[in-house]
Design a protein around this ligand. Structure first.
Ligand code: ADP
Ligand code: ADP
Length: 237
């Protein structure tokens, strides 16, 4: 499903964040990216959808090499990749429902009127997703009235609204308390399993990664130093 080949990134500052990373992720597979701060986890996630431009290498999503695409084709292909962020990136003044619907747009709606073009089918799906993440009764609340855990549920529903082929998840629980973190990880893993949706989750909390992910990829100084089930991870890794 996703094939990363010899991916490297050296920033303009001269920092090499990734060197020669090769990784394959199959349909329905949930991969936790772990490693110390500065290991290259964020850079790897951002190189996949080219929020960061790779210096060299290939990023195959199905039969498309994302690394080779021109701007307009990239914009189109990015619709296949759902993003979930640490700080949720919701539009505070829009309602929960409107935030979820905005997942269909692929950009941040500045005006409510931009959301009026949705078909009944989109609205039905948005309600279904809100129900799945347990927020149906909060659909009409403003995003800024929600708790952190609820916001991340909106973030998940919004990413699913674009029916992605891949989820990129950047530190989804870094702003949440331990109990809420586990709830969010459980929801995320269940949803991916239900849909056969592959996901890469940047998760620096190793114990949390070990309890929820079926496969861990360890990065250190821009290279893959571990790739396997959490049970194979040694104490010092
Ligand atoms: P992690 O997510 O594992 O903490 P990052 O991908 O953020 O690692 O960073 C990897 C390396 O790349 C670090 O040395 C970091 O300082 C560097 N880096 C990250 N982003 C940039 C940037 N925008 N410009 C220059 N260097 C960067
Ligand atoms: P993370 O928590 O994901 O490791 P950081 O807090 O280190 O990220 O960095 C925050 C932002 O600054 C990111 O967008 C990252 O790409 C950028 N960044 C990180 N290191 C550098 C650097 N050395 N020079 C410029 N930008 C950097």
């Amino acid at each position: 499903m996703l094939k990363i080949k010899n991916l490297s990134k050296t920033y303009k500052t001269g920092d090499t964040a990734l060197s020669d990373v090769t990784l394959e992720i199959n349909k329905g597979q949930l991969v936790g990216l772990i490693g110390p701060s500065g290991a290259g986890k964020s850079t790897l996630i951002r190189c996949i959808n080219r929020l960061v431009e790779p210096t060299s290498g290939e990023v195959w999503l199905g039969d498309v090499d994302l690394a080779q695409l021109g701007r307009s084709e990239l914009r189109h292909q990015r619709r296949r990749i759902g993003m979930i962020f640490q700080e949720y990136a919701l539009v505070e003044r829009l309602t929960v429902m409107e935030n979820v619907l905005s997942g269909r747009l692929g950009y941040v709606p500045f005006w409510r009127s931009w959301l009026r073009r949705f078909e009944a089918e989109d609205i039905r799906r948005a309600y279904e997703l809100l129900d799945r993440v347990g927020l149906l009764q909060h659909a009409d609340k403003r995003a800024d009235a929600l708790s952190g855990g609820q916001r991340q549920r909106v973030g998940i529903a919004r990413a699913l609204m674009q029916t992605p082929d891949l989820l990129l998840v950047d530190e989804p629980t870094a702003s949440l308390d331990p109990k809420t973190s586990r709830q969010i990880m459980r929801l995320l893993t269940e949803i991916c399993a239900e849909r056969g949706l592959p996901a890469i989750v940047n998760i620096h909390d190793v114990p949390l990664a070990q309890s929820f992910m079926e496969r861990l990829v360890g990065l250190r100084a821009g290279t893959v130093v571990f790739d396997g089930p959490p049970t194979d991870l040694s104490e010092d890794a």
